[in-house]
Design a protein around this ligand. Sequence first.
Ligand SMILES: [Zn+2]
Length: 175
Amino acid sequence: MEKTLPSGLAAGPLGRCVASFCSAPANTVVTFSPRGMAARLGPRAYCNAHVELLFVDDETYEARHRAHPGGLGPRVFQRSMYEIREPSDAEAAELAHERAAGERWAAEGRVGSYRRIVELHSVTTIDGLLVDAWTAGACVALYDALNEANRERWLAMPVAQQCEVAVRLVMGGRS
Ligand SMILES: [Zn+2]
């Protein structure tokens, strides 16, 4: 699970490393080097530990491939094919913004809870009701489209009703 930030940098949720299940903050950017053949990969943000683990020197890379013909075995990348660098100022600012998402959601109350579910693709219980990412997405889309007065009306509803209204208006046309 990763997201592409406005600069094109791919990072994990909350500005984390893109490696699977890694919750460390991303602090290194890896880009396919211009010397590296045809395929182009957008920049990806990793933690330092994963860069060390996954991007190996040519000798290690060859040895792994000899040991695991057909590409099986632990996945590693040939470091010489990549540019490994610090994030640019713009990328660093985006990662910091992502890291602060939890605080923004907390400050926003109920709709922040829905935003959290959407962003983390999680299923979470809100006031005893299980809300999935699809439903939470409808709630966020509706909230963002409403004016101030209607937001207050909608926020005053219980969760089940918030979800039902959002799904009906955003996803299902009219009833
Ligand atoms: Zn990592």
